[in-house]
Design a protein around this ligand. Structure first.
Ligand SMILES: [Zn+2]
Ligand SMILES: [Zn+2]
Length: 322
């Protein structure tokens, strides 16, 4: 890998190629938008004097004991009923554990600030989005409706991740895993979340501008979204027609079926878009990852130490592809 980079640099120097031509400018634009959202959120929370409290609340929601228990419980199930049998310390597991650490330290506060920043920007500049009629609706109707609409927005963001080149550059890291496990839920570039938070904020601002969604509901939503990467053959039976199961999402991680099964928690959006492919227990377990390995992966014989590779995987979207 290192030798390849040196060769590229020597070639570039020999041909007089400008250094910035080796960078992907669209990725820097997305990083700039993310920084803007974070700056808006921090400024707003400092003004209100709530920065610490909101970050703590975000941590309680996104690192809840329920989610930790789900990851541990799923890990045990993966040892008993694996879709693909592999050692506990398989390279894919170790690498995704590094991404879990990154998630806990960097991504959870980032997600919290992105949701505040998006709500501040969209809520502050698009009052026309707020549907005043829903103010009188009972919570038992409005809350599930808002969560379903958020799931639809997440589906749209995931669709955009696959259709738009600059977004795909950040999403590809998630798809590069050849040894799927529950930890793969955390194998995501931190900048992959920006478009999703911007889109998912719209239904919240529209339907529930004045009422927050109970944190436990967000935690349950995140738990269902986390379970889908488990190294299990579970299809969820008839429930799997509605909720995304590990077997359903595994098909999305096949190198040649990525335009199907884009659902995050509900399958309805895939069904409406004609992109749902329901697995059956009789199906063989498909391989996962990306053909040609456009993102450096730990399964390469020449891959370096896990943390060094994480740095390379995070830097990859900023490099221009020839
Ligand atoms: Zn995807
Ligand atoms: Zn996935």
């Amino acid at each position: 890998m290192f030798a390849e980079q040196v060769q590229v640099q020597v070639r570039a120097a020999a041909t007089g190629e400008r250094w910035w031509r080796r960078l992907c400018l669209a990725s820097f634009v997305l990083a700039g938008i993310t920084a803007l959202l974070v700056w808006v959120a921090v400024a707003e929370l400092l003004r209100q004097g709530h920065l610490g409290a909101v970050l703590s609340a975000g941590r309680a929601e996104l690192a809840a004991p329920l989610l930790v228990a789900l990851v541990v419980g799923t890990g045990i199930c993966e040892r008993i009923w694996p879709a693909e049998r592999r050692p506990v310390l398989a390279r894919g597991h170790v690498q995704d554990a590094c991404f879990l650490a990154l998630h806990a330290i960097v991504v959870i506060p980032l997600m919290t600030l992105l949701s505040v920043g998006a709500a501040t920007l969209i809520g502050g500049h698009a009052h026309w989005l707020q549907l005043r009629a829903t103010e009188q609706w009972p919570g038992w109707l409005l809350v599930p409706l808002t969560i379903v609409a958020m799931d639809g927005a997440n589906w749209l963001a995931h669709y955009a991740d696959h259709r738009l080149g600059p977004l795909w550059r950040f999403h590809a890291l998630h798809h590069s895993q050849e040894e799927l496990s529950v930890l793969t839920s955390f194998r995501a570039h931190p900048l992959m979340h920006t478009a999703g938070f911007l889109l998912a904020t719209i239904p919240v601002v529209a339907l529930m501008p004045a009422r927050p969604i109970a944190p436990v509901l967000i935690t349950i939503y995140v738990c269902i979204g986390t379970l889908q990467h488990a190294n299990l053959r579970w299809t969820f039976g008839p429930v799997g027609r509605v909720l995304v199961s590990p077997a359903y999402h595994r098909l999305h991680h096949a190198p040649d079926i990525q335009d199907a099964n884009l659902g995050v928690v509900l399958t309805i959006w895939d069904m409406l878009a004609g992109r749902a492919r329901f697995p059956s227990r009789a199906d063989s377990v498909n391989r996962t990852g990306l053909d040609g390995r456009p993102v450096p992966v730990e399964q390469e014989a020449s891959a370096g130490p896990a943390l060094l590779l994480v740095a390379g995987q995070l830097a990859e979207p900023f490099r221009a592809r020839s």
